[in-house]
Structures are given as structure tokens and as C-alpha cells.
Design a protein around this ligand. Structure first.
Ligand code: CAA
Length: 259
């Protein structure tokens, strides 16, 4: 049904693969629109899927926004393009589901931004991260100027963006851009295990934690702590809280119902 992406569900985990390997999975308008549609029509309504893995087919995760397409765009369409990219990144970031980026190779420009819209980044040793846009005469356009400093701090973000300095996987781990680096052949098994471990937790607790972190990062500590209190209470009122605590006391594994 889609021409540029693949989406499948295995064991309650969604796998979204950007599948345009000839262009190193560059995010042309069609790719962005397909991701957007998949988020709206397949991922959001699926109550059985709580975790989604995002990866790229072939040797790249995503080598950026599509430069060839941008080159021919009239000036006014630049705005639509950056708005579309932001819309997609925001949907991932604000989704109640957990998104894990399995970064298999180049994650440049819009690719680095796509990985940063996800909640957790696991990288292959072959991954390369960067925001090379200033070399093309543009700023990052899918959230890089905002999400990168929030993840790695202002100084490192400026180093990477203003000087267009790419960082390899080990450096990305050191600066906190990725959470784990593994050999290429271990990437998908590692991510799959992580995804299943998150999917086995109480969905409401995972969702409320994600929202408290996301929304709390955009406010002051006191307001953020109020958000946590609200999220905690919502969990406390859930059947899954009763199940989780009963299972602990009864020394058995919990079976969460997402209620
Ligand atoms: N857009 C369009 N096509 C791209 C692309 C991109 N971002 N990145 C790679 N491709 C295409 C190449 O044009 C090439 O196509 P052809 O075979 O038809 O010539 C194909 O993918 C393979 O690429 P290379 O031959 O260049 O492969 P390489 O191994 O020599 O180099 C690379 C790999 C270093 C990633 C190099 O392709 C590259 O520098 N790509 C561009 C990276 C970049 O600048 N990304 C930022 C884009 S701007 C952006 O993302 C803005 C934003 O925030 C919204």
C-alpha cells in the first residue's frame, strides 16, 4: 500500500521502516506523507501496539530531507515542507506510544531529527549522526535546532549544527545522543528485546511517564512536578496499578490489561 515505507506488527511491537534505500531513505514529501498517514491510520488507533521501532532499509537510517526535491522547490514551498516535517516529528514525540529509533547507518539532517523525535535511540556501530544543513544554505528544518540542544546541551548542539560536525556512534553515546551502541548485527535483536520489555510494562504508567518527561522538560521544575503528581494519580486509579502491585506481593509476573 505504501511505496516508501514498510509497516508491520510483530508481538505487539510496530516496525516502521523507511524504505527508499536508493536515495539513502531521504525524506521526500511522499515519504513524510506516508509516515504521517501510517501514524494516523495504523499506529495511533492500534491499542495492541504500545511500542514502535523506527529504522531504515539498507545502509542508511535516513540521510536527511530530500535535497534533490528541495533544490527544485519554489521559495514559498519551503514553509510547507518544514511544516510537514515538523508535523510528523511532533506526532511521534507527542504520541502516547514509545518510539525507539534503531539507527542502522547515516542519520543526517532530517534523519538525525527523526531519531531525536523518537523517545530512545539505539545505534549500530556504523551509525553516523549530524546536522549538515548549514552547508546547504539552510537551517535544520525538522526540529534539529530545538531537540538537539535539549538532548546534548547547547554547546555540543552548536558545535554540531554551526560547524556541521558529524559524530560517530561512540561519540553520540558519549554526548548522550544515543542510549546504547551495538555491533550492526545485534542492532535489531537488541531493539526488539528493549521494545518487548517496554511493551510488557503497564501501558498507562509508560504513557504517563513519557508525557511527564516531555511536558515537564518544557516548563519549570515546580510545574513539571505537578504534572508528575497528576500522572501518578491517574496510574493509581488504574486496574493495572492494582495488578502490578498484587503481582509483586504474590511473587508472580503481572498481566497488564491497559485498563
Ligand atoms: N537527499 C536526496 N538524495 C540523497 C540524499 C538526500 N539527503 N542523501 C543521499 N542521497 C542520494 C544520493 O544523491 C545518491 O543518489 P544517486 O545514486 O542517484 O546519485 C544516493 O542517495 C547514494 O548517495 P551517495 O552516492 O552520496 O552515497 P555516499 O556513500 O557516497 O555518501 C552520504 C553518503 C555521506 C550520506 C551522502 O549521500 C550525503 O552527504 N547525503 C546528504 C546528507 C545531508 O546533507 N543531509 C541533510 C539534508 S538537508 C535536511 O535534512 C534539512 C532538514 O533538516 C529538513
Amino acid at each position: 500500500m505504501y511505496e516508501n515505507i514498510l509497516y508491520e506488527v510483530k508481538d505487539h511491537v510496530g516496525y516502521l521502516t523507511i524504505n527508499r534505500p536508493k536515495a539513502l531513505n531521504a525524506l521526500c514529501t511522499a515519504v513524510l506523507e506516508e509516515i504521517d498517514d501510517c501514524l494516523d491510520t495504523k499506529i495511533a488507533p492500534d491499542n495492541d501496539v504500545h511500542v514502535v521501532v523506527v529504522t531504515g532499509a539498507g545502509r542508511a537510517f535516513v540521510a536527511g530531507a530530500d535535497i534533490s526535491e528541495m533544490q527544485t522547490k519554489p521559495v514559498l514551498e519551503g514553509h510547507d515542507y518544514t511544516e510537514l516535517g515538523h508535523k510528523v516529528m511532533d506526532k511521534i514525540d507527542n504520541s502516547p506510544k514509545v518510539f525507539i529509533a534503531a539507527v542502522n547507518g547515516f542519520a543526517l539532517g532530517g534523519g538525525c531529527e527523526l531519531s531525536m523525535a523518537c523517545d530512545i535511540r539505539i545505534a549500530s556501530e556504523k551509525a553516523l549522526f549530524g546536522q549538515p544543513e548549514v552547508g546547504l544554505g539552510i537551517t535544520p528544518g525538522f526540529g534539529g535546532t530545538q531537540r538537539l540542544p535539549r538532548l546534548v546541551g547547547k554547546g555540543m548542539a552548536k558545535y554540531m549544527i554551526l560547524a556541521a560536525k558529524n559524530v560517530k556512534a561512540d561519540e553520540a553515546l558519549r554526548i548522550g545522543l544515543v542510549q546504547q551502541v551495538v555491533p550492526a548485527e545485534e542492532l535489531m535483536p537488541t531493539v526488539e528485546k528493549l521494545a518487548k520489555s517496554i511493551a510488557a510494562k503497564a501501558p498507562i504508567a509508560v504513557q504517563q511517564s513519557k508525557m511527564a518527561i516531555n511536558n515537564g522538560m518544557n516548563t519549570d521544575l515546580r510545574t513539571g512536578c505537578r504534572l508528575e503528581i497528576e500522572g501518578f494519580q491517574q496510574c493509581f486509579a488504574s486496574e493495572d496499578r492494582v495488578e502490578g502491585m498484587s503481582a509483586f506481593v504474590e511473587k508472580r509476573d503481572p498481566v497488564f490489561q491497559n485498563k
